[in-house]
Design a protein around this ligand. Structure first.
Ligand code: C2E
Ligand code: MG
Ligand code: MG
Ligand code: MG
Length: 283
């Protein structure tokens, strides 16, 4: 019956159309054919040292444009890429692109690159081998790569899956690659649970960060930062938009931050220019 609900039907059609467009773009861009119009691109958003403002890392963020020039948000197309299984090839392409771009940035400016990895990628038995092969091909040292995973990936998996994923992550860490938990504070996992996983960085979600400047929330934020540190996790604040938030983060000594206040995601050449112009010594 629901199939005849016009709204649902429209949603199904839009979903199917997006899936088709993604598949065509993966076959085009990812397989190396020149994509006439539209396709994928990787943009980079700086992660800055909260005290000096200097770029410490960049997060690789995938962009998709349909053939008619419409930009589609990853919040919309990444789940479709996951459902259709396209995320495997797409994720491998993002990683290769990001490692290739970051190699020179790392060599010249010492910055790392962080890449988002979906649950489906992590559950592939060849995941660790694939990542290590990409590092080898691109020449990026493991210490310059951070993989971001969301807590839901681990919480929704079976015990066996979580153990397999943990083993894969531990293997990657043995090569210097760091693991970050993304969007912390939006899920249900406690730090006590996260501590059992091989992770290095805690990215505190924008929803949490947006309230850091008010008095009561600040106490909670401070507790999270301190707990993270006691577990040897590097805290990073996501989605910083105001000077007040940045000041609160400095006061709490939350090491690193990312957000529109500092810089928006940008194409590789723009990031290159930004890095070159900040070559002046840190204050
Ligand atoms: P995320 O990994 O948490 O990435 C941060 C998102 O917050 C990005 O959205 C970024 O543009 C946005 N952002 C950064 N600073 C601010 C700010 O100050 N204010 C606001 N309002 N937003 C800010 P984006 O690029 O739209 O990506 C959304 C999500 O899509 C990402 O969230 C990530 O979960 C997913 N995603 C993006 N690229 C990839 C990818 O290559 N692979 C996978 N699996 N997922 C990806
Ligand atoms: Mg992320
Ligand atoms: Mg996030
Ligand atoms: Mg997110």
């Amino acid at each position: 019956a629901e199939r005849y609900d016009p709204k649902l039907r429209a949603a199904h059609l839009a979903h199917a159309a997006l899936a088709d467009q993604l598949r065509a773009a993966v076959d085009g861009t990812v397989a190396g054919t020149v994509a006439g119009t539209g396709g994928f691109a990787v943009h980079y958003q700086p992660v800055v040292d909260i005290h000096t403002g200097r770029v410490a890392a960049v997060e690789a963020l995938l962009r998709f444009t349909t053939p008619d020039g419409t930009a589609v948000s990853p919040a919309r197309f990444v789940p479709v890429a996951e459902e259709t299984g396209l995320i495997g090839r797409l994720g491998a392409w993002v990683l290769e692109r990001a490692c290739t771009d970051a190699r020179a940035w790392h060599a010249t400016h010492g910055i790392s690159v962080t890449v988002n990895v979906s649950g489906r990628q992590l559950r592939a038995p060849s995941f660790a081998d694939d990542v290590l092969a990409t590092l080898k091909r691109t020449g990026l040292p493991g210490a310059a790569l951070v993989l971001e995973i969301t807590e839901t990936v681990l919480v929704t998996a079976t015990v066996e899956e979580t153990e397999a994923v943990s083993r894969r992550l531990a293997r990657l860490r043995a090569h210097g690659i760091r693991i970050a938990i993304d969007d912390f504070g939006t899920g249900y996992s406690s730090l006590a649970y996260l501590r059992t996983l091989p992770i290095d960085v805690l990215k505190i979600d924008r929803a949490f960060v947006s309230r850091v400047a008010d008095r009561q929330e600040k106490a909670l934020f401070r507790a999270v930062v301190e707990l993270a540190r006691s577990l040897y996790l590097q805290p990073v604040a996501e989605g910083v938009e105001t000077d007040e938030q940045a000041a609160a983060l400095r006061e709490l000594d939350c090491g690193y931050a990312q957000g529109f206040l500092f810089a928006r995601p940008m194409p590789a050449p723009a990031l290159q220019t930004l890095l070159t112009t900040q070559l002046t010594p840190a204050p």
